[in-house]
Design a protein around this ligand. Sequence first.
Ligand SMILES: Nc1ncnc2c1ncn2[C@@H]1O[C@H](COP(=O)(O)OP(=O)(O)O)[C@@H](O)[C@H]1O
Ligand SMILES: [Mg+2]
Length: 470
Amino acid sequence: MNNASIRVRLTLWYGSALALILLLFAVALYLVMSRALREQVDASLDEAAAVAIRTLGEHRFGPFLIFEDLSQDFPEIALLDKFFQIFGPAGQVTIQSSNIQSREIPLSQTAFRASLEGQSTFESVQFKNGVPLRLLSVPIRQGEQLVNILRVGTSLQPTDRMLRRLLAGLYIASPLALLVSLMGGWFLAGRALRPVHAITQAARRIAAGDWSQRIQTPHSNDEIGQLASTFNDMIGRLEVSFKQIRQFSADASHELRTPLTITKGETELALRRPRQAEDYRIVLESNLEEIDRMSRIVDELLFLSRADLGEIKLKMVSVQLDDLVREIHQQASVLGKERHIQTVLNAVEPVIIQGDDLRLRELLLNLVDNAVKYSQEGQTVELALVVVGNQAKIIVQDHGIGIAPENHTRVFDRFYRTDEARAHSAKGTGLGLAICKWIVDVHFGKIELQSTVHGGSCVTVFLPMTSVKA
Ligand SMILES: Nc1ncnc2c1ncn2[C@@H]1O[C@H](COP(=O)(O)OP(=O)(O)O)[C@@H](O)[C@H]1O
Ligand SMILES: [Mg+2]
């Protein structure tokens, strides 16, 4: 049963429930019918007895009563299905209707005794030839004296025949109804489960690697419809993340291959023939630079993947943000010194926020590093910290190469670097802004970028002053 398909199980459950209902219904119908028929027979016997007693009353009771007289006055009495018997006070037959012919249907002891006490009796008996009979015995009394006993009887054969016919009907109709509804149930279950089948098929194709698969949903919002659309949503999200992962690995290996190729090429070249110590030094220095670059990429990648896994624990403390900005300003000046890029400190308001000092430092350093890196020689970088509402607003502004509007969101993607940036500076991993975005996110802040090509860039970071993270 556990291995049977839901369709089979549904149909079986449905079928058993229906069979039970049909059975109960059939039994109830039969009982009600037979009872109603029996009551009808008894009522007709009662009526016939009443008519007969009235007739007998007119004729006076006594042995002179002739059945033919009775039937003349009351033609319905002679009809068919009822027979009459009149017994004397001792229980002997005095008169009986002709349709009883010569058959003996003696008065039973019970009926006789009840008659003596003045009570009518209904009895069901089997005639000698097996015909079932229903009998009503009514005492006829004068004062306390039992004069006669009137008995009206009728065959139960028509009633029984009717009941047998009903039973036969039920025997035939019930299995038929059961069969038809089982077929209906099977069909309906199949229809209801068709989308499930579609989901399975789609899931199979997806498992085989086809991420573009979706389930055709009939625009219904029923359980199956919801399942299908949830499934589609899930696949959509999975498809996006798989694409990202694939892109990410491709980018990561590409970014690592470049420095590796350079290192390898330079080393091979150096080893081709003996060289001066100075030459080796130059090669080694160049190699070290590439190695630094690779280890930076690896460090940043490691950081991001740990961040993805939620493994980076933040140490939330009160951070004097204005002090931090001043320190970063110092570092930015050092960064820009070589290329004569000055960093100007604009307004700095005192602000304390709850945050991870180390991560905030990394955030700001990344931003000023970008600003300095993507500025032209001799340009200035501006740094400011102001309070807006209950938010600290940090502004890092440069006048450098800028970013085209279509890349404003992409620069926060991992490894994404604009062509201008690549042409301008070989340094850089394309991971810095992705890390910045993560740091801002975990501080419940917001990072915004305004920039035009050659018009310089302005990165604004908002950090809530009440941000507390467990
Ligand atoms: N101040 C800026 N001016 C111009 N372009 C920028 C600036 N900051 C970021 N970008 C662009 O965004 C890209 C991603 O920045 P980031 O993740 O810090 O990478 P990286 O600094 O290693 O190049 C950069 O490669 C560059 O194209
Ligand atoms: Mg950077």
